[in-house]
Ligand binder design. Sequence first.
Ligand code: AMP
Length: 458
Amino acid sequence: MKSKNGAYLKKSIDTTNKNALKTREVKIKTFQLMRGFKDILPSGEGPHWSHLRAQADAVAQKYSFQRIDLPLLEVTQLFKKSLGDSNEVLENELFSFVTAQGNDHLTLRPDFTPSIVRAYIEHNLASLPQPTKFYYRGPVFRYGRSQAGRYRQFHQIGFELIGEENAASDGEILLMAYNLFRKIGLDVNVEINSIGCAACRTEYKKELAGFYKTKKGQLCKECQRKLFRNPMRLFECKEIGCVSIKGDAPQIVDWLCEDCQKHFMRVLEYLDELSIPYLLNSTLVRSLDYYSRTIFEIYTVEEQEQEKDLRIALAGGGRYDTLIEQLGGKATGATGIAIGMERVVTKMREKEISVPEVCVPSILLAHIGETAKMKAIRLFEKLYDEGFPITENFVRDSLKNQLELADRLKCRYVLILGQKEVIDNTILIRDMEGGIQEVIDVNKVGVELRRKLENRSS
Ligand code: AMP
């Protein structure tokens, strides 16, 4: 029973009075979803999620990216080392804890890439023919301030290509993401920049710090502090004062070394060749330290036209040529992208993109009575395995309930097995559209159903 405020009330026996067993009501508190977390219900967003997953699987298969599944938990040090030492914001967002049992310092992955690189090094995957192409999807965790479009547990689809420095690999990753967005009906644009290699950035950061020092009075407190650690991080600030001056800042593309410049030009040529729409964004930076050269984010076309700092990216990624070495492997070129599933599903729903229903049975097998139920269960297994779009309602014994379900699912046919049919070795087929009902030999039910379904589709 539910009380007015939603708590469940349970009747408990008052044992203090043995003669008259009284009952009193005890409130049982119900549990609620934690802030920043989300349930994906079959009656809600479920079909959009299934569609997105299926389309991502198909894209991965097309480009021979193999699925990799990794633990949610890794030792904290893996992520700290990947972040580098200049990103305390992300470090504060790590979902970290110490286990009570073993005093282990663990963290729920905030991103897949460090775990993929850990696995690549640990299993010596560099010894296989290169490049290695990975496809993943699953939850990631960041303990950020939860707000619209920002969850503490969210899901990513990603493609990672390790063992190749060639600009074509950046092109391939972007082509895959672009194709996936097109398949699910979203019009997107890529925003792209090159942040060069460590050598280009050293010179550029000096220049940038010099520029910002002349504008120090206009910067927020946080940016004034960051200025001495990594001036490129100032581009991420959303404070009005900081945003208003970043357009005048020196642009990294003017500071790229010859190799980085050539690499970037090649990436852009690939995008032109593949007709992937893109926009150069000289103040695009990625919040993770391990990126080098090409970096990108993907936005819907409408969102790209909005105020830059109010937009929410659907995906982001880039090259991480130094991460493998940073985590103890050999220097290896690598590139990848992570697509935020929550954000993509939100966009799909906003745009009312319809998705196929997960499974549409057109036949329901109903039973009347216990003996018939046993036989019906066996018959259901057989017909399902033969490929019929059939469903059942074995937990409900009333024929009325079973027929109501058939109605709700819009099933065209209901098979009814009762006591009499079990004895006669027959079964009833009811056409829910015409209301016509016929009795047939139970051994011929498959042939009969196939004939009816084929007639319908022809
Ligand atoms: P990032 O590597 O942080 O750029 O993340 C890649 C993608 O994951 C982003 O483009 C978003 O679509 C998605 N994403 C990142 N953070 C969140 C979050 N807190 N909640 C939901 N989606 C997120």
